[in-house]
Design a protein around this ligand. Structure first.
Ligand code: SAM
Ligand code: SF4
Length: 463
């Protein structure tokens, strides 16, 4: 999970505003890849009217904050960001709006809590942004958070021109989630699953390849339960067959949708990259049952082993929640044991955060097995798990020393024009001492790994 400012690098050409000058939009994105992708669609859409993207909120005529509600902390970050943007609103008369999951969750309550906010819009309302901006210019304050019926939902299409010059791109395959994990707010904020028809997905990938994209990541809250006219395994094969595409990835997945057909796609299709983000959440069966995750640790490991047998060397990453209600010391030890057994390449781990409208938050404190885990217990557990993960990750990275690996070059390292970076098929970041002429963006290079760091590798071009 990131907290980033996402801007389309090259917004599509747009007619000038009435006074001849183009308006500027600044987008601040919290949360997952779905949000990053939505933010890019927003900038592209506004680029077709009278807006151009800016990286400086102080210059903006329109400030959009695209939010995440998965953990409470993300909401607190939103409120402090809004406090900062208030001054630009006062000074420049900028329009200030909030989109994404917190918008969907809070609706007009957010307008009441933040009196200087102009409007609030849910994830399904993105296509109406130009219209909503006109309403805000006419001094209307409103919340637009209705769902679009799944049969009528039209996925916003990426503007390939905005991706020109980029090596990697996200492509939306589905939205929403039909699962009921007891900790998770996503089904409430993103609604029911809707899959994008496969011809649209494939056409968007082909259009991105035309402008130079070499790697796509298919995204969705629960992407491998895809039903857009074929199975997810078939979708991967269709995308992999797009001429000129070098690599396909996807995120994020629920273990119960890891089908044999998907394992076979990993075995047979070399363009499907050997990296799988497969969130486990806990190493304890009773905790998994209370989380409503519908698999046991052994079942999870069984699928994991099938994957490793089908694609030797595949990197598996995961998510853990610690301090879930009723998590005993023994339950937590089992999460550590699972981490040691599975030796995940990496993991994202979080302290449980009670979310409104979720089963676990409703039951919190209602019975001994739903007792709240105090923060003074949960935080040291998180630190212990993360320390173990750092150790395992560094051992895995050290194991790469001296190997030749294929690296897809993505560009210059931030602030270091003489150094480049790219990723291995397993999604490991590699730094290269090479200039653009030797390692142009989009090149697939054989690289010999010479150093291993905490989170990345360094190497030299071998061919
Ligand atoms: N769909 C994915 C899955 O099934 O695992 C996960 C998507 S969720 C938006 C991303 C991650 O946020 C989850 O895997 C979980 O670890 C974490 N998360 C979700 N709700 C949480 C909560 N209430 N407290 C702490 N972490 C949470
Ligand atoms: Fe949330 Fe993922 Fe569970 Fe859906 S499958 S409810 S997105 S954790």
């Amino acid at each position: 999970m990131s907290d980033v400012v996402v801007l389309a690098r090259k917004p599509a050409p747009a007619p000038a505003a009435a006074n001849g000058a183009r308006q500027k939009v600044f987008v601040h994105t919290f949360g997952c890849q779905m949000n990053e992708s939505d933010s890019q669609r927003m900038v592209e859409l506004l680029g077709r009217s009278d807006f151009v993207a800016t990286a400086h909120p102080e210059d903006a005529d329109l400030i959009l904050v695209n939010t995440c509600a998965v953990r409470e902390k993300a909401e607190q970050k939103l409120l402090s960001a809004l406090g900062r943007y208030r001054e630009h609103k006062v000074r420049r008369g900028a329009i200030l709006a909030v989109g994404g999951c917190v918008a969907q969750q809070e609706k007009d309550r957010l307008l009441k809590r933040v009196p200087y906010l102009d409007f609030v819009f849910g994830p399904d309302q993105l296509a109406k942004l130009p219209e909503m901006i006109d309403r805000a210019r006419a001094h209307e304050r409103f919340a637009e958070t209705t769902w679009v019926d799944s049969a009528e939902y039209v996925f916003p299409r990426a503007d390939p021109e905005a991706a020109r010059g980029r090596v990697t791109a996200f492509v939306t395959a589905m939205k929403g989630c039909d699962n009921v994990c007891s900790f998770c707010i996503v089904p409430h904020t993103r609604g029911r699953e809707v899959s994008r028809p496969f011809p649209d997905v494939v056409a968007e990938v082909a259009a991105l390849v035309e402008v130079g994209v070499r790697e796509v990541t298919l995204i969705g809250q629960n992407v491998n339960s895809y039903t857009g006219g074929c199975t997810f395994a078939e979708l991967l094969r269709r995308v992999a067959a797009v001429p000129g595409l070098a690599r396909v990835r996807f995120t994020t997945s629920h273990p119960h949708d890891l089908s044999d057909a998907l394992v076979e796609a990993f075995r047979d299709e070399p363009k499907v990259m050997p990296h799988f983000h497969l969130p486990v959440q806990s190493g304890s069966d009773p905790v998994l049952a209370r989380m409503r995750r519908d698999y046991t640790v052994e079942e999870y490991l069984g699928r994991f082993e099938k994957l490793r047998a089908a694609r030797p060397g595949i990197a598996v990453t995961t998510d853990f929640i610690v301090g879930f209600p009723g998590e005993s010391d023994e339950d937590f030890r089992q999460s550590l044991q699972l981490l040691e057994r599975a030796r995940f390449d990496n993991s994202f781990s979080f302290v449980y955060s009670p979310r409104p409208h979720t089963g676990a938050a409703r039951r919190l404190g209602s019975a001994p097995e739903w007792q709240e885990v105090p923060r003074e217990v949960a935080v040291p557990r998180l630190e212990e798990l993360q320390a173990l993960q750092r150790w395992i990750s560094s051992e895995i990275l050290a194991g790469q020393l001296g190997r030749n690996v294929e690296v897809l070059v993505e560009g210059a390292l931030a602030g270091e024009e003489s150094r480049r970076f790219g990723r291995t098929p397993e999604n490991r970041v590699v730094h290269l001492d090479a200039d653009e002429a030797r390692a142009p963006a989009g090149a697939l290079l054989q690289v010999r790994i010479t150093r291993a760091h905490a989170n990345s590798l360094s190497g030299e071009i071998a061919s």
